[in-house]
Design a binder for this molecule. Structure first.
Ligand code: ZN
Length: 209
């Protein structure tokens, strides 16, 4: 039995062992306290690995190609940010690079490290720290905002030139769904259950999966 506080109303309570697919609700406010997912960590690892591959494709293939009056050009995400930097818009360039490249890359990297380190419980103590870093990077990974910006730009440019969406664009579209899927599948409680305690003691309950 695990003692936890309800995140909504702070009621302290004992959490019974849940069957796979089971849910525990707070008796006072009805908030869902815990779910016992069937294989949350494996699914999250699979999704994160897919996201890593799609992320590399999205960042190395051209986002879109333009052709007008016989000239054509194409750019990648980071190439676009670099162009903005060259044109003197350094703040915008840095924000684009951070939200479109650095934040999602760090999020994927931290999540992969956490999930791979958990394959052999008990996980070392730094796994918890790394999970916090992933948490702080997650709100800054704004693939969907970037996609919206690209679409607006496309509609404007389409009046002037022929626009061809590149592989990178489909990659960014795929990442939006992958990030959403990771967030739905991932249950941080499953990680904390497997992390070694500060004094070096092993966690009391590790369910065998
Ligand atoms: Zn409650």
């Amino acid at each position: 039995m695990e003692t936890i506080a309800c995140p909504d109303c702070d009621l302290l309570q004992q959490l019974p062992e849940l069957p796979p697919g089971g849910k525990a609700r707070c008796p006072r406010c009805g908030n869902t306290l815990a779910v016992q997912p069937t294989d949350s960590l494996d699914r999250t690892l699979a999704l994160t690995l897919t996201a890593a591959i799609v992320f590399i494709v999205a960042n190395t293939s051209p986002l879109m190609g333009l052709s007008a009056v016989g000239r054509s050009a194409s750019t990648t995400i980071i190439g676009g940010a670099y162009q903005m930097w060259l044109q003197g818009q350094d703040v915008t360039a840095m924000i684009v690079a951070f939200c479109a490249v650095i934040a999602p890359a760090s999020y994927i990297l931290f999540m992969l490290t956490v999930l791979i380190a958990l394959r052999r419980p008990p996980a070392p103590h730094w796994v918890g720290e790394m999970l916090r870093w992933a948490d702080s990077m997650q709100p800054w990974s704004m693939s969907e905002v970037m996609m919206l910006g690209i679409l607006v730009a496309l509609i404007k440019i389409a009046e002037l030139a022929t626009v061809e969406p590149g592989i990178g664009m489909y990659g960014v579209g795929g990442l939006i769904f992958l990030f959403a899927a990771i967030m739905v599948t991932f249950h941080p409680r499953e990680v904390w259950k497997r992390v070694k305690w500060a004094e070096g003691a092993a966690p009391r309950t590790i369910d065998s999966e």
